[in-house]
Design a protein around this ligand. Structure first.
Ligand code: DQQ
Length: 550
């Protein structure tokens, strides 16, 4: 049985090329190569009008192994052209692996990549790669200078737990800084290194931040967000108008957590806003299947973009059978919510270029047990946006403050478990007679001082196949319900359902493998299973076209 977002090694499978790539469950508009295994997005960047996405890729099979940096380019982050792998094991400092890393655009518009190599002794070291020719508009070839490795695991650093350099940022003191994920025993940490010339790097004595009991921090990401507005900031910006986000991918949990806080450059310290900082790693970009994410500053459109890896929830032998595994999320714009407490995320606007035939519903009354089919639509490949109105919040069930685990709550209170207000939402990838569906819904409770809103993306009924993983993902939504209004958007793509609650306050991505609700036999419904009626103020759904995908 597979573990989500894990890359266990299957020596017998990792170099087994599929004879044919199976199209069932293949996504249409999510990023993926024509075949084989992918994991982490690497070094996303915008350079001279072109978006680049590199990613961890196995050229020889559909489980993890033989990893190289595959490379694709785009002008809109929706249509992608594949290029040859940019970085692959070839030198003593990366002969045993070319693992994750990030891009930095140096002054003078010079892009460079920092990545983790596994050297001849299988130590994780940090290397640099530079474009062979910056006048090549696609930056096809990358070279690894002989002065590599730049950073080695000395002074007691665990050489097997030292990886995934961030985008570097330039301090006002003229020093470059970069983070490398690591751990000491069970304390996860973001080790900080400084440099003046980007070649010679030294370790700052203390990590930028660390937290007991969290285990290895993979793929750290560190960037400023504006206190007001949706625009993004170049990674080196640090002034009174910003807060800083630190994201880490927790190897133990296999989820991405972030904190919002203050960065004190002179002290080389990051202080999360939440007072109990070390238990404060509780915000997640996505409460579903989402890992090893990375952001970059898109200077073309002045926004910060987030990419995340979405693994399969199917068994590995089925990944081998179908000849491919893994997709990337739809790129999301990220910015700080007005509350200053969390981020908001929204699919980039370019995704709208794929919208085709549309359906619009207005003022649909959903009484207790209400079920409305949204049609005609290609429900297996769609974008749906809807706004609900809850007329009567008084009937919400009481919230028990000991309910701290939203995923557990979603497991207990699925779409069929009647509540007061909710569950209401969508049944996506549903078979005609509802033998299969992936429900995405809200349930509203009465808390001590305000309503508590739970959002679920419940896979438990998603497939009649017993062997696939079917968690009931869930997250709380910190939304003000005083107007009684809450929105939901789902991007549905054959085996992926990527959902955004309350305009991007809570996001959940599911991977599902229906056997009945596929292709033309997939349906989409809106439902309400609360005792109280809710109204759909507006629903819009679009068929989605297939972009050029590698
Ligand atoms: N994947 C890479 C590592 C990283 C992990 C190897 C996270 O660099 O820590 O493929 O998924």
């Amino acid at each position: 049985m597979c573990v989500e977002a894990s890359h266990k090694v299957f020596p017998e499978w990792q170099s087994l090329q599929a004879s044919k790539v199976k199209s069932l469950h293949r996504t249409a508009f999510h990023f993926q190569p024509p075949k084989n295994w992918i994991n982490d997005p690497n070094a996303p960047m915008y350079y001279n009008g072109i978006y680049h996405l590199f990613y961890q890729y196995n050229p020889y099979g559909s489980t993890w192994g033989n990893i190289v940096w595959a490379h694709s380019i785009s002008t809109d982050m929706i249509n992608w052209i594949p290029l040859d792998p940019a970085i692959y094991p070839s030198k003593p400092f990366d002969v045993n692996g070319t693992w994750s890393g990030s891009a930095t655009i140096l002054p003078g518009n010079k892009p460079v990549i920092l990545y983790t190599g596994r050297d001849g002794q299988k130590r994780q070291v940090q290397n640099i790669a530079v474009p062979k020719n910056t006048s090549d508009p696609f930056l096809r070839e990358w070279v690894k200078p002989d002065y590599n490795p730049l950073i080695v695991p000395n002074n007691g650093i665990n050489a097997s737990e030292f990886r995934d350099p961030t985008t570097a940022w330039l301090g006002q003191d003229g020093h470059w800084r970069v983070l490398v994920g690591s751990r000491r025993k069970n304390r996860g940490m973001a080790l900080l290194y400084r440099s003046i010339d980007f070649k010679y790097w030294w370790k700052v004595q203390h990590p930028l931040h660390s937290a007991a009991g969290t285990g290895m921090w993979e793929c750290p990401d560190f960037y400023p967000v504006a206190l007001e507005g949706e625009f993004g900031l170049e990674t080196s910006v640090n002034d009174n108008g910003v807060k800083h986000v630190l994201k880490v991918s927790l190897d133990k949990a296999r989820y991405d957590y972030y904190e919002v806080g203050r960065y004190f450059a002179e002290q080389d310290q990051y202080v999360p806003d939440i007072t109990s900082a070390d238990n404060g790693m509780r915000l997640r970009y996505d409460y579903g299947n989402f890992y090893a994410s990375k952001t970059f500053f898109d200077s073309g459109k002045n926004r910060r973009i987030l990419w995340g890896w979405v693994n399969e929830s199917d068994t590995e032998d089925n990944d081998v059978f179908k000849g491919w595994a893994g997709i990337q999320t739809i790129p999301r714009k990220v910015w700080l919510d007005k509350s200053g407490k969390q981020l908001l995320q929204w699919p980039i606007k370019e995704i709208k270029t794929l919208r085709g035939l549309d359906v619009h519903l207005r003022r649909v009354h959903l009484a207790k047990g209400g079920l409305v089919e949204v049609r005609p639509i290609t429900a297996a490949q769609a974008d749906v946006e809807l706004t609900f109105h809850i007329p009567n919040l008084h009937k919400a069930e009481a919230f028990d403050p000991t309910w701290v685990d939203p995923q557990q709550l979603c497991g207990q209170m699925g779409a069929t478990v009647q509540g007061g207000i909710g569950p209401f939402g969508l049944l996506t990838l549903a078979s005609k007679n509802l033998e299969e569906y992936t429900s995405v819904f809200f349930r509203v409770f009465k808390g001590k001082n305000k309503n508590v809103v739970l959002m679920c993306s419940d896979q438990s009924r998603s497939s009649l196949r017993p062997e696939v993983l079917k968690p009931s993902f869930g997250g709380f939504v910190d939304v003000d319900l005083s107007e009684g209004v809450i929105s939901l958007r789902s991007l549905i793509d054959h085996s992926a359902v990527e959902s955004f609650g309350a305009r991007g306050k809570t996001c959940i991505t599911s991977r599902v493998y229906p056997i009945l609700a596929t292709g033309k036999d997939a349906h989409l419904f809106a439902f309400n299973n609360g005792t109280e009626a809710v109204k759909i103020l507006k629903l819009s759904a679009w068929n989605m076209d297939k972009p050029q995908m590698n």
